[in-house]
Design a protein around this ligand. Structure first.
Ligand SMILES: [Zn+2]
Length: 659
């Protein structure tokens, strides 16, 4: 065997092993960079020696490399999320709002479907063949998971009819398969996580083994296909040979729908899959456009959410923690209890007022709730025992400085600048996944580094590569783990600008506002040099946020820190690069009532590098006008600006080479 062939085989095996660590065990032994380096070597060798490419080469897999993962795809029609109903009253209100719009003399017919707790996907068939399968993503842009979806037997590669069609639905994992998977060494929290992890596998063989299931239920352009009812759409999908959930019900009116909902609540635990709610839709599709949308959701369908699960357990202790702003949060230490499928042993109590309000003492039996992924919360006392009366903390548990409550405020604060817990929380936020995403710098590691003087603030993180020998002296740190940390820090230098801004932990500047700031300024250098006026002028930033951001950026200490970071080689990426330049240099104005929210259209425009403006001027290129468009449309007509409806907008988007 030739040396090259031998080497290709070796590299492939190595990459397969790493990939397995990453995706199956969630425990990678190498950094992404290391993986990518080996991956690229393999790719190069294969290119030079195509005759030696292995049948099972990792380069043939979806996405290929760990860090590049799956290709991004823009949905032709946005994948919407739904508004929620929590009780009967909400459903009656939902119905009332629809009747107010339709003025229909007859009662509204509804279709009631299970809301499967899985992952939404869109399947695109061309000439009856599966062309693309795309995850929901953010609703506008998803990930191409075609190769993996082909492993799901509920989804045929070839339909019974040679049609061009987009079909949407949910991919999920059955309960018995999930339990079996966890019995065999996996450790997924719930079937949805297992399904998500599986769908992101690089090795489609594993996807096949794991036996995912699917229920498809919608055709986004039903109306153009002469499909008149949602129930008809489901049956049509079935006829094409794609799996559907046959357990949907038709209700003559909202009262019947409510009865059906009640029945489903009774039987939901008997199903072999998890449902996290029930979806109620107006069955007649023609009515959908008429009923329209709120700023966020369609008004013709709603998700009924199941009541939150609660449990009772003993309150063992109450202890305060200090957040990155210095704010005190009180927490409950609980006797471990099973709740919504997980073990719960801590819950939030918010602030001292809340503890007094629910009047709990240590030793009481308390009721705890958990909703979704949110940290559990203590609702109140179930059985009073009064073993030990709780007293509000007066000093910071970390720095022992006095805790301060400003007049009229509920929360207590530790205002000491160098409070270690505050520092930990700040740095933890900075390195967190939503911010700089520095893997390997866990809370424990940050604590160790702080205690040993290796880090003191954000810039010191970027000086760690000068202190490798000191890191290696710490117990539990080996060359490999230290290398991983250094690599992750290095990689974070080219993180997205908005994530960096978010990581700074500026008051009121969450992920969304950070994005707006990043879009507006473009680079860290420009932010550092921006005048106060420039910052306050930012579109979409409220006064409160703008003030907080200005205060942060004009503060000398912060300015110094940011300059220091630039000197340390920060090379932040401008906000998420547009997926195409189709609309580059074009300015759009959106007006009137459209079939989707304005945000959906502006996201599409911006992700294709176009600009959105609030007012029509001679610089406007296009106006996207829905029904009831008023003065803006008039003005556009007067100025001779091109007017688009939704159809012509999508056509413009589809046009490959726009002049
Ligand atoms: Zn403190």
């Amino acid at each position: 065997m030739s040396v090259t062939k031998e080497k290709i085989k070796k590299l492939n095996n190595q990459l397969k092993k790493w990939s397995k660590e990453y995706y199956d065990n969630d425990n990678p032994s190498v950094s992404d960079q290391e993986y990518d380096a080996v991956y690229n070597t393999l790719l190069k060798l294969e290119k030079e020696n195509p005759e030696y490419i292995l049948e099972d080469s990792v380069t043939k897999k979806v996405g290929g490399s760990v860090s590049s993962k799956f290709q991004k795809v823009t949905h032709k029609y946005p994948m919407l999320s739904l508004g929620n109903a929590f009780d009967e009253e909400d459903l009656i209100k939902f119905n009332k709002q629809i009747e107010d719009v339709t003025h229909d003399f007859n009662e509204i017919e509804y279709i009631v479907e299970y809301k499967i707790d899985g992952l939404s996907v869109s399947l695109i068939y061309i000439d009856g063949k599966l062309f693309k399968a795309v995850t929901r993503g953010n609703g506008i842009i998803g990930e191409d998971v075609t190769e993996n979806v082909k492993q799901i037997s509920d989804i045929p590669e070839v339909l019974n009819k040679k049609v061009d069609i987009e079909i949407r639905g949910e991919i999920y994992m059955k309960n018995d398969i999930f339990e079996n998977l966890n019995r065999n060494g996996n450790n997924f929290a719930n079937p949805r996580n297992a399904a998500a992890g599986t769908l992101r596998q690089l090795d489609e063989k594993i996807v096949k083994q794991r036996k995912l299931s699917a229920f498809m239920y919608s055709i986004p352009d039903s109306i153009n296909r002469d499909i008149k009812f949602q129930s008809e759409a489901i049956e049509y999908i079935n006829k094409l040979g794609v799996a559907i959930n046959t357990d949907y019900k038709i209700a003559k009116n909202i009262n019947e729908a409510i009865e059906i909902v009640k029945n489903i609540i009774q039987l939901r635990d008997k199903l072999n899959y998890v449902i996290d709610g029930i979806v109620i839709k107006v069955n007649e599709i023609k009515k959908w456009a008429e009923i329209g949308f709120t700023s966020k959701f369609p008004k013709f369908m709603i998700a009924y959410k199941f009541p939150e699960e609660t449990a009772t357990t003993e309150l063992i202790d109450i202890f305060p923690t200090i957040g990155r702003t210095g704010r005190v949060t009180y927490n409950a230490k609980l006797k471990p209890v099973r709740l919504a499928g997980t073990n719960v042993q801590a819950a939030t109590l918010h602030n001292a007022d809340y503890i007094r309000e629910i009047n709990i003492s240590i030793g009481d039996i308390v009721r705890v709730k958990k909703a979704g992924e949110i940290i559990p919360k203590v609702l109140g006392v179930e059985t009073k025992r009064n073993k030990q009366i709780w007293k509000e903390s007066k000093i910071c548990p970390a720095c022992e400085n006095e805790l301060i409550r400003n007049e009229g405020e509920v929360d207590q604060y530790c205002f000491y600048e160098d409070c270690p817990q505050k520092n930990i929380a700040k740095l933890e936020h900075f390195v967190s996944r939503g911010a700089m995403d520095i893997e390997g710098l866990s809370i424990a590691t940050i604590e160790t580094f702080l205690n040993n003087g290796l880090i003191t603030n954000i810039p010191s993180i970027y000086k760690l590569n000068d202190r490798i020998s000191e890191m290696l002296d710490l117990p539990g740190f080996q060359e490999k783990s230290v290398n991983n940390i250094i690599n992750a820090i290095e990689k974070s230098k080219s993180q997205d600008l908005d994530k960096f801004i978010f990581g700074l932990g500026i008051r009121h500047v969450g992920a969304k506002n950070a994005k707006i700031l990043a879009k507006r300024f473009g680079s860290l250098e420009k932010i550092v040099n921006a005048s106060n006026e420039e910052i306050t002028k930012i579109r979409d930033l409220g006064e409160k946020v703008a003030l907080s951001a200005t205060n942060f950026f004009k503060d000398d200490t912060n300015k110094k820190m940011l300059k220091q970071l630039i000197d340390l080689g920060m090379n932040l990426k401008e906000i998420a690069a547009p997926i195409s330049n189709k609309f580059s240099g074009m300015t759009f104005v959106i007006t009137g009532t459209l079939s989707q929210t304005r945000t959906f259209f502006s996201d599409i425009i911006e992700s294709n590098n176009g600009n959105i403006s609030g007012s029509v001027t001679s610089k406007t290129d296009y106006i996207l006008a829905g029904s009831n468009a008023g003065s803006k449309l008039e003005k556009a007509k007067n100025l001779g600006i091109k007017i688009l409806n939704e159809d012509s907008f999508y056509k413009l988007l589809e046009k490959e080479n726009h002049e």
